[in-house]
Design a protein around this ligand. Structure first.
Ligand code: ARG
Length: 286
């Protein structure tokens, strides 16, 4: 199966408001736009070098964070549960992302589009990570997504869900501080979680599979990574993290994503995987 991703044309990317502590409109300079366009293209090339196909969402003026399609929906088995954003600054993205999914449905890349119940916010794969090894969803709640949305994810996809409460505004989406890797390890940043969240992680992930991100790794947005088979695509990594992943048999593809880090995002949230499929439950019981 060819991996398929959604990305967004960065033509209108900008840091013009602040809804997380990384976003500083005053520090944003216009030349960054050219860098951002190059960085997005480099990320796309990194995905394509791994054999992936990338579909693009058109840019929309006035919606700078549309470049983070991980926040558009949770997708598994051809079903897309559309996101609902917490902040008014991003709510305008809901319509263009819906249109993008309708197009994907026309092309046969998505089979079903599902809405969240009224009154619930949930910011897509940013707070809903599919763990292929454990065949479950890890969900984040607190800063952006409601806890109750985790139950909806369980019902919509018929798979187990482990909800994790996020403890800080700096790590406001689960994908900024938690990344299951293809070999079963989980790269995560403990200070981003409440004690209950950490206990839930430890209950599901064996000590040998816990890769603890340092402050430096988390601040470099390296936990926000895409893992494709044995390649991990991430923002420029601290050397020690690169060594630790290489020692476990992963190849690292580093991309300079600095302009997007100024918005509080990097490789994982600039993409959305469209072809994730769960294993049949019968196969799991064997
Ligand atoms: N500026 C965006 C926001 O605060 C960044 C989103 C990054 N997305 C993610 N899934 N981490 O909403």
């Amino acid at each position: 199966m060819t991996p398929r991703f959604l990305m967004t044309d960065p033509a209108w990317f900008d840091v013009s408001y602040s809804i997380n502590p990384w976003m500083r409109p005053d520090a944003w300079a216009t030349h960054r736009k050219t860098e951002a366009i190059a960085a997005s293209a480099a990320l796309r090339r990194a995905l394509e070098s791994c054999g992936a196909l990338v579909e693009m969402v058109p840019a929309v003026e006035g919606l700078p964070d549309l470049v983070f399609p991980a926040n558009a929906a949770v997708v598994l088995d051809g079903r897309a549960l559309l996101a609902r954003f917490r902040h008014p600054e991003r709510q305008g993205e809901e319509a263009p992302f819906r249109a993008a999914f309708e197009r994907l449905a026309d092309w046969g890349l998505i089979s079903e589009i599902v809405e969240l119940p009224a009154g619930l916010t949930h910011e897509g794969a940013g707070d809903g990570l599919w763990d292929e090894t454990r065949q479950l969803f890890w969900t984040g709640h607190g800063p952006r997504s409601h806890r109750a949305a985790s139950d909806v994810i369980g019902q919509v996809f018929g798979r187990p869900v482990v909800p994790l409460e996020l403890a800080t505004e700096a790590y406001y989406h689960l994908d900024t501080c938690f990344r299951p890797l293809s070999g079963g390890e989980v790269l995560y940043y403990p200070p981003a979680f409440t004690a209950a969240g950490l206990a839930a992680i430890e209950a599901h992930v064996a000590p040998a599979d816990r890769i603890i991100a340092t402050d430096e790794d988390a601040q470099a947005f390296c936990v926000n990574a895409v893992c494709l088979d044995r390649t991990v695509i991430m923002a420029r990594a601290p050397e020690r993290l690169a060594q630790r992943l290489t020692a476990r048999g992963y190849a690292l593809a580093e991309v300079d994503l600095d302009p997007f880090i100024l918005s509080g995002g990097a490789a994982f949230c600039m993409t959305l995987r469209l072809d994730l499929a769960s294993q049949p439950v019968l196969a799991l019981q064997k």
